[in-house]
Write a protein that binds this ligand. Structure first.
Ligand code: GAR
Length: 191
């Protein structure tokens, strides 16, 4: 069994979708959800689905001696960032080389880096008059949004689309593709 920890900071629609997807799997499970925000709605979603949750501050996550044993306690061998807004410390990218993946709601390298998350991304995409956008699923390294790209999926932007329309289409792409890509990477390794 492969055990995933999902790191979250917010609403948790991706987190819930990933937990549900792997409930049907005999080889992969989400065994832990970790949030740096005590009030993240993702924690409510995970708890409803009987998935153990942990709240860990930035300082606690950055403390290798305290944090690594917590991951070991749940036998975690893969980390998924799903709307997680802190940088992953270097000791963790070393310990989980090619075993941490993130989803970003733009076609990287466009609209990523510091401050580019959630609706900020869609507002920037709309303001620039882009005719398409998409999602990027990528490995995590020590550069903000700098890891190797695994897969991207696109969606068109029509002239009348609002920022909310763009966000909606992005969420649909995330719901459709993220769990399958995670499964592919875990079962078949680095592409
Ligand atoms: C998702 O759209 C994800 O791509 C984005 O945050 C949202 C989280 O939604 N991530 C980033 O912007 C990372 N830079 P969720 O909490 O409902 O899954």
């Amino acid at each position: 069994m492969h055990n995933i920890a999902i790191f979250v900071s917010g609403n948790g629609t991706n987190c819930e979708n990933i937990i549900r997807y792997f409930q049907q799997s005999s080889t992969i499970r989400v065994t832990l959800v970790i949030s740096n925000k005590p009030d993240a709605y993702a924690l409510v979603r995970a708890t409803k689905l009987q998935t153990p949750c942990l709240i860990a501050s930035k300082a606690e996550i950055n403390d290798a001696d305290a944090f690594l044993p917590k991951l070991r306690q749940y036998d975690i061998d893969f980390i998924v960032l799903a709307g997680f807004l802190l940088m992953i410390p270097p000791y963790l990218t070393d310990a989980f080389a090619n075993r941490i993946i993130n989803i970003h709601p733009s076609l990287m390298p466009k609209y990523c880096g510091k401050g580019m998350y959630g609706h900020h991304v869609h507002e920037a995409v709309k303001a620039a008059g882009e005719t398409e956008t998409g999602i990027t699923i990528h490995y995590v390294n020590n550069v903000c949004d700098g890891g190797e790209i695994i897969q991207q999926f696109k969606t068109p932007i029509l002239a009348n689309d609002s920022v909310e329309d763009i966000e909606h289409n992005i969420h649909e792409l995330e719901q459709t593709h993220f769990p399958q890509v995670i499964e592919q990477v875990i079962l078949h390794g680095k592409r």
